[in-house]
Write a protein that binds this ligand. Structure first.
Ligand code: NAD
Ligand code: ZN
Ligand code: ZN
Length: 349
């Protein structure tokens, strides 16, 4: 099969022939139709310090995908050949304290598809049956199915606090921040403000349902609050940039008792006003991955019941390229001015 292969501990990928993955007794083999490109994949391509420390090369990367089941192991009973599926990329141990308590997203032995085991930048990928999410709604296109993983990050973050009637601040209008706007709207938020430093991305935020898109290179959030007619501060914050200046300014603009969910992975340590956290009784919570499988259930239920939300989420995919054009796709993703970039793997079938 064709695969985008990282042959060793060095920058780059090669589109080469690789043996098809073997299907274990509890595994499902999926013919990949579409894959999303994620910041993680850019790190793996560049082979930066994080990648060198984290990645087990040689490796086939790719963890955001949609495809069709073509083979099932002898002990697979629910997933069927022909099912249209996405995959949860965190393979958990099933035996640690959190796994056994049903908190699988907190497994201490998580192995990530496309990071520590072969992933979906290939014609075929194999994952355990328990990691397969079957789509029963025909309106889920390959492109939409390919972004269930990052949509799940947005949904996990957005639904971690009640949003009905709340004023919401989202920092970072990347694909995940943009999807979080649409989800927060669906979940009943009152005012939604989103920040970024990229004008094209801020422009996309308006069409996702944001009330205000703030360029923090030029405008302070205090002014944004005034423009929205707010008097006391944001009730819920979602940090989705990873940039070290975003969280301190968010903390300065929260109401007392405000709740903050942090998804963005900081590239460096962040200095915040802890005095304010204490005296304003703020809550800060880290978010990793998706809840298995409540987030997946919520995603499917929301997309199927709300065509406006489905359309908004689908619009986050701004570029679909054949997998043979992977280099151009990575260059476009690295520019960071559009939305989600998707590779089409049907070119090989
Ligand atoms: N915790 C998890 O499980 C998890 C999973 C996926 C991604 N992430 C992280 O979530 C974040 C969002 O992911 P993404 O794919 O949308 O990433 P992205 O890099 O495409 O988006 C981040 C956005 O933040 C913007 N930004 C930069 N400086 C800013 C500032 N000072 N204020 C506001 N915005 C600023 C960038 O211009 C960019 O548009 C990233 O940090 C990513 O690493 C975390
Ligand atoms: Zn990803
Ligand atoms: Zn575990």
């Amino acid at each position: 099969m064709k695969a985008l292969y990282k042959s060793g501990a060095h920058p780059g990928f090669e589109l080469v022939d690789r043996p098809e993955p073997e299907t274990g007794t509890r595994d499902v083999k999926i013919k990949v139709a579409a894959t999303g490109l994620c910041g993680t994949d850019l790190h793996i391509q560049a082979w930066d310090a994080w990648a060198a420390e984290t990645i087990a090369a040689p490796l086939i990367a790719g963890h955001e995908f949609y495809g069709e089941v073509v083979e099932t192991g002898a002990d697979v009973h629910d997933v069927k050949i022909g099912d249209k599926v996405s995959g949860e990329g965190h393979v958990v141990c099933g035996m640690c304290r959190n796994c056994r308590a049903g908190r699988r997203h907190m497994c201490i032995n998580t192995v990530s598809v496309g990071v520590q085991r072969d992933g979906a930048f290939a014609e075929f990928v194999v994952i355990p049956e328990s990691n397969v999410w079957v789509h029963h709604d025909p309106s889920i296109t390959p492109e939409l199915g390919a972004i269930f993983d990052p949509l799940g990050n947005a949904v996990h973050t957005a639904l971690s606090y009640g949003l009905v009637g709340e004023d919401v601040l989202i920092t970072g209008a990347g694909p995940i921040g943009l999807m979080a706007v649409a989800v927060a709207r669906h979940a009943g938020a009152r005012k939604i403000a989103i920040t970024d430093i990229s004008e094209p991305r801020l422009a996309m935020a308006a069409s996702m349902g944001a009330d205000l898109a703030v360029n923090v290179a030029t405008t302070r959030l205090q002014e944004a609050q005034q423009q929205l007619g707010m008097r006391e501060g944001f009730d819920v914050g979602m940090e989705m940039s990873g940039h070290p200046t975003a969280l301190p300014e968010m903390i300065d603009n929260m109401n007392h008792g405000g709740r903050i969910a942090m998804l963005g992975l900081p590239s460096e340590s962040i200095d915040i006003n802890w005095g304010k956290v204490v005296t304003h009784m703020l809550t800060l919570k880290g978010i990793y991955g998706r809840e298995m499988y409540e987030t997946w259930y919520a995603m499917s239920a929301m997309l199927s019941s709300n065509p406006v939300l489905r359309q908004a989420v689908a619009s986050v995919v701004t570029d679909v390229l054949p997998a043979t054009d992977w280099e151009q796709a990575f260059t476009t993703a690295r520019a960071g001015t559009g939305g989600k970039i998707v590779l089409d793997w049907s070119v090989f079938s």
